[in-house]
Write a protein that binds this ligand. Structure first.
Ligand SMILES: NC(=[NH2+])NCCC[C@H](N)C(=O)O
Length: 413
């Protein structure tokens, strides 16, 4: 493991190191009645989802990308007593479990091997999965008025989408305060990894630190964040991310001199376009993959450092089409590629994450196999499109871009 300084300096430069989280126990806890609350549109064939995810991971490993598994990083930090307490103090206490249950569970978890404990923290825990002798008298209230086993720890199936719960922006990371409750607990695990894992011991900036703080209306998710290079960061503000978060991150970046301009795009608040990366991803220095009906509806604002303003940030409205605004900012004429499957077909390709591709190097992207028109049009524009199976992984509404958290990526411009 290296102690080099980490950072993500573009969306399309050579990817060196990335974090993923393969499907598993959390997805076995998805049912038709709970999956929507957990932000999945259907239940999964978990073994198939795991095989498909492995295809994706292997594509990256074959290209010498260091693919880190979130579970492994978590198991490593759970071996460190201070990190284990940092997580368990916040996850297993009177407020989360009740008096007595917290003490009994904590004693059991304190003894548990780290990999197993990590599986429970990500995958969830149902009361009847706990050995009978763990609890004193305190578990009985869970069974009053119900034959259903109670979820003691809710599963976190959206850890599959490592893009969102934390995001590297140039030489630092933001720790997301996620919008929906189903995802709000993911960041504790990420915070522990960044704080305690030897891989991250080297100093780096933290643009936003959210655990243990009253975050008010601060909401941000990594799928909305793109450090595209030349000191510019794109941020989507739609269903999930708010100006409160964007302006705090911008201020941290400006104060450190790590960025000069944040281009914030106001997007419709809808599930299909929950993040910027569901309608816009970069494939090479010039080619961008877009869903034009949403991109065209976006309003764009720029944040820049300005000491004459009270908050130290000047906000201006950028006239015009989003792709043109970004082209002008980069000084590169971007070529937008889109689906030509017709109005209905294009809407389905967007829904199935056709626009959510991840670049492994300039001009080489990973895409879902089902988005025939977008993939063909990207190829026609000179992009190498590596396809992965989509039927299971796509049920959570996320593609290759969502399933990766780049930690080290080269600049391009
Ligand atoms: N970067 C992304 N587009 N992530 C997609 C996340 C999907 C996930 N089910 C959610 O609703 O949060």
């Amino acid at each position: 493991m290296s102690d080099q300084k980490h950072g993500v300096y573009s969306e399309v430069g050579t990817l060196r190191r990335v974090m993923v989280c393969r499907p598993g126990r959390a997805h076995e806890h998805l049912t038709p009645s709970n999956c929507h609350d957990l932000l999945f549109d259907d239940v999964l064939d978990v073994p198939k989802a795991q095989r498909d995810h492995e295809v994706f991971v292997n594509l990256m490993r074959e290209r010498d990308i260091d693919v880190l598994e979130l579970r492994d990083l978590l198991a490593d930090v759970l071996d460190i007593p201070e990190a284990r307490s940092f997580i368990l103090d916040r996850r297993v206490n009177h407020a989360t479990m009740g008096v007595g249950v917290a003490e009994d569970l904590r004693a059991w978890m304190d003894e548990m091997p780290s990999a197993e404990l990590g599986e429970l923290l990500i995958g969830g825990l149902v009361s009847d999965e706990v050995p009978a002798d763990v609890f004193g008298t305190c578990i009985s209230p869970f069974h009053v008025n119900s034959d259903d086993p109670e979820l003691l720890i809710a599963p976190l199936p959206n850890t599959l989408f490592t893009r969102d719960n934390s995001a590297w922006i140039y030489d630092g990371v933001e720790l997301s305060r996620m919008f929906w409750g189903a995802r709000r607990r993911e960041v504790l695990l990420l915070t522990a990894i960044y704080r305690y894992h030897p891989l991250f011991k080297y100093d780096y900036n933290v643009w936003l630190d959210t655990v243990d703080k009253d975050m008010g209306h601060t909401f941000i998710e990594g799928g909305d964040i793109m450090p595209i290079g030349k000191g510019i960061v794109l941020v989507g503000m739609g269903e999930r991310s708010t100006f409160q978060a964007v302006s705090q991150i911008a201020k941290s970046l400006f104060d450190a001199g790590s960025a000069e301009r944040v281009i914030a795009a106001r997007m419709p608040k809808e599930r299909a376009a929950m993040h910027l990366d569901t309608v816009f991803t970069m494939c090479s220095e010039e080619v961008v993959n877009i869903y034009d009906p949403v991109v065209r509806a976006m309003d764009t604002f720029s944040l820049r450092p300005d000491e004459t303003e009270r908050g130290g940030i000047k906000v201006t409205y950028d006239e015009g089409y989003f792709v043109d605004v970004v082209s002008d900012a980069l000084g590169v004429k971007l070529n937008p590629v889109q689906s030509t499957a017709g109005r209905y077909g294009a809407e389905c390709e967007q829904w199935n994450d056709g626009n959510n591709v991840v670049a492994l190097s300039p001009g080489v992207v990973v895409a879902y196999d089902r988005n025939y028109s977008i993939n063909a049009n990207l190829r026609a524009a000179g992009i190498e499109v590596l396809e992965i199976p989509s039927s299971e992984l796509g049920r959570g509404r996320g593609g290759g871009h969502c399933m990766t958290c780049p930690i080290d990526r080269d600049p391009v411009y």
